[in-house]
Design a protein around this ligand. Structure first.
Ligand SMILES: Cc1cc2nc3c(=O)[nH]c(=O)nc-3n(C[C@H](O)[C@H](O)[C@H](O)COP(=O)(O)O)c2cc1C
Length: 181
């Protein structure tokens, strides 16, 4: 069974994006093995602490290397992606050893992108995140899903997906299974 690593781009407990990821997890059922990447304990990127590699980064790299695909669920912050995601992918873009031309954990890794937020449907986030991921050698799936959250969620913190949004996510999950091979 293929291993899919979920990356939730929001650190808040009642995250809309986490709720969408939970919906997708149910959709996938037993068609993929899903785990969530723990990355909130990564230090901010700093070349002074790159070697010896921090333990949190060793763990994150191991999980990424072991995954067949990374599925990012990320909110849009100021028409871009959150700083936590930038920090994660900047670390993953770094060589794994101090040897010249050492490999990175992200190069060649397949990635799917989904986001839920305001009326911009996370377009600014996914556009810029796609550019970053391409730059560091990841392979981003073409079918990305961007959703505008139901108006009540801003106060209730409860995401209610429309039938159309559910269908988009179902199609994306099918496409992801084909993409991961
Ligand atoms: C710093 C910051 C900037 C934001 N900028 C945008 C934005 O540009 N577009 C948007 O749709 N929502 C924006 N939002 C609102 C988020 O979409 C909203 O907080 C959403 O709940 C975040 O996703 P989450 O529920 O998964 O944490 C912003 C929120 C924060 C904290």
């Amino acid at each position: 069974m293929k291993k899919v690593l979920f990356v939730i781009g929001s650190l808040r407990k009642q995250s809309f994006n986490r709720q969408v990821s939970e919906y997708v997890k149910v959709l996938l059922g037993d068609k993929a093995e899903i785990t969530e990447l723990e990355y909130a304990d990564l230090p901010l990127v700093n070349q002074d602490i790159e070697f010896p590699t921090p333990n949190s980064l060793l763990r994150v790299r191991k999980d990424v290397l072991g995954a067949d695909l990374i599925w990012v669920f990320a909110p849009e912050y100021n028409a871009s992606y959150p700083a936590a995601i930038k920090n994660l992918f900047d670390w993953l873009s770094r060589p794994m050893t101090a040897e010249p031309n050492s490999a990175t954990a992200i190069k060649g890794k397949k990635v799917a992108l989904t986001g839920i937020g305001g009326s911009n449907q996370t377009n600014g986030c996914r556009e810029k995140l796609t550019a970053l991921l391409n730059f560091i050698g990841a392979v981003v799936m073409e079918n990305q899903v961007g959703l505008a959250v139901n108006a009540e969620a801003w106060t209730s913190n409860k995401v209610v997906l429309t039938d159309e949004q559910k269908a988009m996510l179902r199609k994306q999950a099918e496409d992801m299974l084909a993409f991961v091979g």
